[in-house]
Design a protein around this ligand. Structure first.
Ligand code: HEC
Ligand code: HEC
Ligand code: HEC
Ligand code: HEC
Length: 171
C-alpha cells in the first residue's frame, strides 16, 4: 500500500470512529443542565431545521448546519455540543471530565474563538463579519454564566421554601 492510500485509510477510520463516538446532547444534559438549556434555546440546536430534506443531504449545506454527514445517524441533528467540544464517548465519565489532561487526551477539544470560524465564514449569510465577543454573549454557557444561574436558582428555591413554611404556619 502506498503512503497516500494508507493516510486516506487512516483518515477514513478516524472520521468513522468520530461518528460512532458521538453520544448526543441529551447525554451531556444529565450533568450539564445549565449548558444544555442555553444550547437548546440557541439557533445551533435547530440549525438542521433551516434546511429542506434535500439540503440536509447536500454537502454544500450540511457541513455547517448538521453534525457532519456521517455523524447524523438516522435523525439529522443541528450543531450539537460535540461538534464544538469533540466526540464524548471516552471523556463523558465524571472522573475523566474532572481531569483536564485525561479528558483532552481522549477527545475533549480545547475551545478557541477560531473554532467558530469553521462555520461562521464569509460564505455564511451574515451581514457583519464574525465578532467572537458579541456572538459568544448570545450563547454564553461559560463558568461565570453558570455560577450566576446557580445562584439565582438557589435563591428561588429558598424563597419557595420560605413561602411553604409560611403557609404551614397559617392556622
Ligand atoms: C457524568 C457527568 C458528566 C457527563 C455525562 C458529561 N460531563 Fe462534562 N463535566 C462533568 C464534570 C464533573 C466536569 C468538571 C467540572 C469542574 O471541574 O468544574 C465537566 C467538565 C466539562 C467541560 C469543561 C472541561 C475543561 O476541562 O475545560 C466541558 C467542556 C464539558 N464537561 C463538556 C461535556 C460534554 C460536551 C458532554 C457530553 C458529550 C459532557 N460534558 C458530559 C461531568 C459530566
Ligand atoms: C460555511 C458554513 C455554512 C454553510 C456551508 C451553509 N450555511 Fe447556512 N448558515 C451558516 C451560519 C453560520 C448561519 C448564521 C449566520 C448568522 O446569523 O450569523 C447560517 C444561516 C442560515 C440560514 C438563516 C437561518 C435563520 O433563521 O436566520 C438559512 C436559512 C441557511 N443558513 C440555509 C443554508 C442553506 C440552504 C445552505 C446550503 C445552500 C447553507 N445554509 C450553507 C453557515 C453555513
Ligand atoms: C459546525 C458549525 C458551527 C460552529 C463550529 C459554530 N457555529 Fe454558530 N451557527 C452555525 C449555524 C449553521 C448557525 C445558523 C443556525 C440556523 O439558524 O439555522 C449558527 C448560528 C449562530 C448564532 C445565532 C446567529 C446570530 O447572528 O445571532 C450565534 C450567536 C452563533 N452561531 C455563535 C457561535 C459561536 C460563538 C461559535 C464558536 C464558539 C459558533 N457559533 C460556532 C454553525 C456553527
Ligand atoms: C458552538 C460551539 C459550542 C456548542 C454547540 C457548545 N459549546 Fe460548550 N463551550 C463552547 C465554548 C467556546 C466554551 C468556552 C467558553 C469559555 O472559555 O468561557 C464552552 C464551554 C463549555 C463548558 C465549560 C463551562 C465552564 O464551567 O467552564 C461546558 C461544561 C460546556 N461548554 C458544555 C457544553 C454542552 C453540554 C453543550 C451542549 C448541550 C455545549 N457545551 C455546546 C462552545 C460550544
Amino acid at each position: 500500500m502506498n503512503r497516500l492510500a494508507l493516510v486516506t485509510l487512516l483518515l477514513g477510520l478516524c472520521s468513522n470512529a468520530q461518528a460512532q463516538n458521538n453520544i448526543g446532547a441529551s447525554q451531556c444534559k444529565s450533568c450539564h443542565e445549565f449548558e444544555y438549556r442555553v444550547w437548546a434555546a440557541s439557533p445551533h440546536a435547530k440549525a438542521h431545521v433551516s434546511l429542506s430534506d434535500l439540503q440536509k443531504r447536500d454537502a454544500k449545506c450540511n457541513t455547517c448546519h448538521l453534525m457532519t454527514a456521517d455523524e447524523n445517524g438516522p435523525e439529522p441533528v443541528g450543531v450539537e455540543c460535540e461538534r464544538c467540544h469533540g466526540p464524548g464517548r471516552y471523556y463523558h465519565r465524571r472522573y475523566v471530565m474532572r481531569d483536564r489532561e485525561l479528558s483532552r487526551f481522549v477527545g475533549l477539544v480545547e475551545q478557541k474563538p477560531e473554532q467558530c470560524l469553521q462555520c461562521h465564514t464569509e460564505g455564511a449569510p451574515s451581514i457583519r463579519p464574525f465578532d467572537f465577543a458579541t456572538m459568544w454573549a448570545r450563547i454564553d454557557h461559560g463558568r461565570e454564566a453558570r455560577l450566576k444561574w446557580e445562584k439565582t436558582r438557589a435563591a428561588a428555591a429558598l424563597k419557595a421554601k420560605e413561602a411553604a413554611v409560611e403557609t404551614e404556619d397559617e392556622p
